[in-house]
Ligand binder design. Structure first.
Ligand SMILES: [Ca+2]
Ligand SMILES: [Ca+2]
Ligand SMILES: [Ca+2]
Length: 249
């Protein structure tokens, strides 16, 4: 009797363990990476203004919602924005960083972000600017994949609070770039910044913006058990009940 009960409990625990690991997805490279839950990513767009910006590298709106960082993205310039909500998860304010926002290109650009606990396009916090850093992985078109790590405490949320929406504002960046055969360290013309771009051979001037690729929650949510799994666990619990009754009788 006791042995059977133990077996049932063990099988229930094994099932739960399997569910929480299903679909995990590692994003990033040598400098930074993280193993995301499969529900971690933003789930839909509720508002947007993509006027100056453009999709690149095969990017699409739906491609911004998944954990595939190689299917392109969107460049967002001044006055552009895009607002996302989470529907099958929330981003919890845990210890340290809570959200990873992926951006592509060189140099790693700033990301201007606002968040909200609501999904109805209200309650947005004032925007904050975060720098991003190279992860060591690649996005589409061989662009560097950069990440900005967002701590919800920065927006005034208490630990244990959750947010359900993320809004990304575009920024226009002007660069003068000098590559391996260019003159390094020169001040850029037109008010831009000169950067030493290892990916080009000569000097250039480029205009770009935040190149949004993906947004994922870093919180490890309580696994959402699938109906089939619940049925199996339920069967196990019924089995336990039957065995208890049997032992009494
Ligand atoms: Ca999600
Ligand atoms: Ca994608
Ligand atoms: Ca946090």
């Amino acid at each position: 009797m006791k042995k059977s009960v133990l077996a049932c409990l063990v099988s229930a625990v094994v099932l739960l363990g399997t569910v929480s690991m299903a679909g995990a997805l590692v994003i990033g490279g040598a400098s930074w990476s993280y193993d995301f839950d499969d529900t971690a990513f933003v789930d839909s767009v509720i508002d947007k203004n993509i006027d100056g910006g453009w999709y690149w590298g095969g990017g699409t709106e739906s491609g911004l919602l998944n954990g595939d960082v190689t299917d392109g993205g969107v460049a967002l310039l001044d006055k552009d924005y895009i607002s996302f909500i989470f529907t099958d998860n929330t981003a919890l304010n845990g210890v340290g960083a809570d959200l990873a926002i992926f951006e592509a290109g060189f140099p790693a650009e700033d990301i201007v972000v606002s968040v909200s606990p609501f999904t109805d396009d209200t309650g947005w916090t004032p925007a904050r600017t975060y720098s991003s850093k190279d992860t060591g992985a690649k996005a589409a078109d061989d662009y560097n994949l950069n990440v900005a790590l967002i701590d919800l405490t920065d927006f005034g949320f208490a630990e244990g609070d959750s947010i359900a929406a993320v809004k990304i504002f575009g920024i226009t960046s002007v660069y003068s770039c000098c590559g391996s055969t260019g003159k390094r360290g020169r001040k850029g013309k037109g008010g831009g910044t000169t950067i030493n771009d290892p990916y080009i051979k000569k000097c250039c001037k480029s205009i770009g913006g935040t190149d949004l690729v993906a947004i994922g929650s870093l919180s490890k949510s309580v696994p959402v058990a699938e109906p089939g799994t619940l049925l199996l666990i339920g069967t196990g619990l019924v089995g336990l009940g039957l065995m208890r009754r049997k032992s009494r009788g």
